[in-house]
Design a protein around this ligand. Structure first.
Ligand code: 5RP
Length: 237
């Protein structure tokens, strides 16, 4: 196992200790969340956790949960989720996030906003001092609006590219049937709340990957003296 996978595995294992029986749990997307979902299935199978119901944030997490026999309930039929556990692409010291590296941020944000607690699980490569210095902000757009949105974002000093698929000709198509623009602002993002709202105000935008003031706790996996460990940083500000 490479060192990044070791960091992801240890943080996924640690996150499951926060889950209690009878909880409705938001199941995040991406490789770290997938490891967490596998740990959750193990804990259900062992009997430590009972009466767990999951809410999937993507086609990926839904398929995995079904394969692992984790009972699922539909997002539309839940008004409240006890705990959502998800990964992130960037985490700043104030726990503001960029998500959407897997193009799942629309449902991920819906699940996060319905959750009493949002726990973010990352390896330490995801910690940044300031957002969007290197990782582009994913923006989900209606297919026939992408050019218009691109032009509007360029007026905000953002350069964007349409995310292209691998093993398929043409663009990535999201779980909702839309497209993704990946946006880098000339000077990064120093006011995530303002950028989140400004982008979502552009006609044709479904949602962007800024998660502002949603995160309750961050768990970080890192390698120290060749040993994988987990810690929870304190929120700054
Ligand atoms: C998917 C996400 C993921 O949580 C994010 O991309 C992190 O993924 P990984 O754990 O594979 O690094 O936001 O839309």
């Amino acid at each position: 196992m490479d060192s990044q996978t070791q960091m992801k595995q240890i943080v996924a294992d640690a996150a499951i200790k926060e889950v209690k029986s009878d909880m409705i749990v938001g199941l995040g997307s991406g490789s770290t969340a997938a490891l967490m979902i596998k740990c959750l299935a193990d804990e259900i199978r062992s009997g430590r956790l009972q009466n767990i119901r999951g809410v999937a944030t993507s086609f990926q997490s839904e398929v995995l949960a079904l394969e692992l026999d984790i009972p699922l309930i539909d997002l539309a039929s839940v008004s409240q989720i006890d705990l959502a556990i998800d990964g992130a692409d960037e985490v700043d010291p104030g726990f503001q996030l960029i998500k959407g590296g897997g193009a799942c941020h629309v449902r991920e944000k819906l699940v996060a906003s319905k959750a009493d607690q949002l726990l973010i699980v990352v390896d330490e490569t995801k910690l940044v001092q300031s957002l969007n210095q290197s990782f582009p902000l994913p923006v989900e757009v209606l297919p026939n609006a992408w050019k218009h949105v691109q032009q509007m974002i360029s007026k905000m000093n953002g350069s964007s590219s349409l995310r292209m698929a691998t093993k398929k000709a043409g663009p990535v198509v999201t779980d909702q049937g839309n497209l993704i623009l990946d946006v880098l602002f000339d000077y990064g993002i120093d006011d995530p709340k303002d950028i989140e709202m400004s982008i979502n105000n552009i006609p044709g935008v479904l949602e962007n990957g800024l998660f502002v003031d949603l995160t309750d706790k961050v768990m970080v996996g890192k390698i120290q003296d060749n040993v994988p460990i987990v810690y929870s940083p304190s929120k700054v500000g």
